[in-house]
Design a protein around this ligand. Structure first.
Ligand code: K1U
Ligand code: ZN
Length: 176
């Protein structure tokens, strides 16, 4: 297993639409999902899409276990949202690709999903609460959409500028 670099804005790869995985879930894909999970735990975060480590495939990992609870990793290959409800819920979202920026996003409160799991089994289930928030955020990544794309143009540009400045500061500090 390996910790991979997480891409941050304005990296153009984050705007790519990820491609479906063709064929079954192989050991090679499981190794990629293992790396993604390790990278997510290290960050730390609660979700990660493959494109965030530069791999344009429709794969997501997630762990919504509370601190102190047993890890509960979830793996999604070729996930689809089949249905959403009209009711929405607001949530203060963050993103490992837009570090240290948080803002409230309104999304459907529940959605019905279909995906293949780590073992290649086809799963259909409803997601609600934080699970619904996180899977919709991660599904957005597969379409090249970031949570800041749901904000005003001004807020989005401010967020990108803040991340750029923080990156430059770190480069200068590391060089000093
Ligand atoms: O970048 C990502 O896609 C991961 C992102 C997922 C997410 C968070 C909140 C709402 C929707 C989607 C994160 O994990 S940001 C970090 C974070 O939320 C967190 C980090 C440590 C402990 C608890 C939460
Ligand atoms: Zn994100």
């Amino acid at each position: 297993m390996a910790i991979r670099e997480i891409l941050t804005v304005p990296d153009p790869r984050l705007k790519e639409v990820s491609k479906p995985v063709e064929g079954p879930v192989t050991d090679e894909l499981r190794a990629l999902m293992d790396d993604m999970l390790e990278t997510m735990y290290d960050a730390p975060g609660i979700g990660l899409a493959a494109i965030q480590i530069g791999v344009p495939l429709r794969i997501i990992v997630m762990d919504l276990a509370k601190e102190g609870d047993e890890p509960a990793p979830r793996y999604f290959v070729n996930p689809e949202i089949l249905e959403t409800v009209e009711e929405t819920q607001p949530y203060e979202e963050g993103c490992l690709s837009v570090p240290d920026i948080f803002d409230e996003i309104e999304r459907p409160a529940r959605c019905r999903l279909r995906y293949m799991d780590y073992n290649g089994n086809l799963v259909e289930e409803w997601a609600e609460d934080l699970y619904a928030v996180c899977i919709q955020h991660e599904m957005d990544h597969l379409e090249g959409t970031l949570f800041i794309d749901h904000l005003s143009r001004l807020k989005r540009q401010r967020a990108i500028d803040k991340v750029k400045k923080a990156k430059l500061r770190k480069i200068r500090e590391d060089a000093a």
